[in-house]
Design a protein around this ligand. Structure first.
Ligand code: FAD
Length: 370
């Protein structure tokens, strides 16, 4: 290892790191990637890939087979018997078990020529390269894709925060036939449950709340009789796992020859279902910036990519927190289904700024147009 060197060294082999590595390979760089864990790596996640997330993967010729997951056509909100749904303006989403997504990305990365080092934690970085137990690996570019608790972020002095909020989440898989063609978000007081169909006989359910004690299945399901009924008697298909979902923005995501991608570079609340799309889009933007030898270009692209999901994330948190606003807004959405379609179009980036302003005005949400 002492003499090995690479154009790009990616620290972390989660979805962001693997896609960043493949995007860099596609630009002709030699790429090495190290992760302390071993594939397939599981992680608590809602496991929903939005149409735009799938579109980002297609740019690297990656297309999950619908037999591996379960397609859904849009989003449905449900609260106290009120429900409203909207189809995605284009395409479909897909629920895909996290280890399946990971195994698929690992196979593709290997095939594209990325040198993958598993069970290989990175212990430090220098301007010359990346420190492994076996020695320093010289690298022109260092990509920090080491997740929300990123050490690369700290080592490179990029951990100055612009803003941060966090919530708690608990994930379960239930062995039950998906009952809806939509990804569902059930709203309770101070908590939400979202349900992603992920297979012919399986759904992924995540409950989320601002207080740890509220992200509790028994407590949340007690408030959601319809969902409780659906899950009643269904066998658990995995071990329950907890997670923290952090919404944060950094002042900078690149410095010198180091750049951050994925959760290491910022985060949006899990309820947006946008974490993976952002990670993949950032990875594509970073490869283009490294090719152009211009990490400033990546800074700008990253900031722009984060704007819409951040805004939608804040909106969801506000609706979760403010019962009166939620009742009023859901009343308006239930009576005008086309409004929810417009909101979903805004969410997936298929609305023009003018349409976004109009939707905000119709809902009385001035901040949507701010
Ligand atoms: C509850 C919950 C639900 C979510 N639901 C959705 C959803 O439905 N749809 C969606 O798109 N997004 C969702 N997200 C967000 C999504 O899961 C994340 O955005 C995504 O996992 C980010 O991937 P990543 O590769 O950046 O980080 P990670 O997956 O955390 O990967 C980081 C990797 O770095 C490795 N690593 C760390 N330190 C080192 C080191 N020093 N050396 C070597 N390796 C290291 C780790 O082992 C790990 O494999 C959800 C998140 C949560 C918490």
């Amino acid at each position: 290892m002492q003499n090995a060197k690479t154009d790009v060294f990616v620290v972390g082999g989660g979805p962001a790191g693997l896609v960043a590595a493949m995007a860099a390979r596609k630009k002709g760089f030699t790429v090495m990637l190290a992760d302390g864990a071993e594939p397939p790596i599981d992680k608590p996640c809602g496991e929903g890939l939005m149409p735009e997330t799938l579109a980002a993967l297609r740019e690297l010729d990656i297309a999950p087979d619908s037999g591996e997951g379960h397609e859904f056509r849009g989003i449905q909100f449900i609260q106290k018997g009120k429900r409203f749904a909207a189809d995605f303006p284009e395409g479909y989403g897909m629920g895909l078990r996290r280890p399946i997504l990971h195994a698929m990305l690992v196979a593709k990365a290997e095939k594209s020529g990325v040198r993958l080092l598993w069970k290989t934690p990175v212990s430090g970085i220098t301007p010359e390269g990346v420190q492994l137990k076996s020695g320093l690996v010289p690298a022109r570019w260092i990509v920090g894709a080491d997740g929300g608790g990123s050490r690369v972020r700290r080592w490179s002095g990029l951990d100055e925060l612009a803003q941060r909020t966090q919530r708690f989440a608990t994930r379960r898989h239930y062995r039950v036939q998906p009952w809806s063609e939509y990804m569902e978000i059930h709203w309770a007081k101070g908590a939400q449950a979202y349900v992603t169909p992920i297979g012919r006989e399986e759904v992924c359910v995540v409950v989320m709340a601002e207080r740890l004690q509220d992200a509790d299945f028994a407590k949340v399901l007690a408030e959601l009789p319809e969902l409780r009924e659906r899950l009643n008697g269904a066998e658990l298909a995995s071990r329950e796992r907890g997670a923290v979902t952090v919404m944060y923005r950094l002042k900078n995501v690149a410095r010198g020859n180091v750049a951050l991608v994925g959760d290491a570079s910022g985060g949006v609340d899990a309820i947006t279902g946008e974490g993976l799309r952002l990670a993949f889009r950032q990875s594509l933007a970073l490869a283009a910036a490294m090719e152009a030898n211009d990490l400033q270009g990546y800074e700008e692209a990253h900031r722009e990519l984060a704007q819409r999901p951040m805004r939608m994330g804040k909106l969801m948190l506000l609706l979760g927190r403010n019962d009166a606003l939620r009742q009023k807004s859901f009343g308006a959405l239930a009576s005008k289904p086309q409004l929810f379609e417009k909101l979903l179009a805004v969410h997936v980036g298929r609305a023009t700024p003018a349409q976004m302003v109009r939707t905000g005005v119709q809902l009385g949400w001035r901040f949507l147009s701010a």
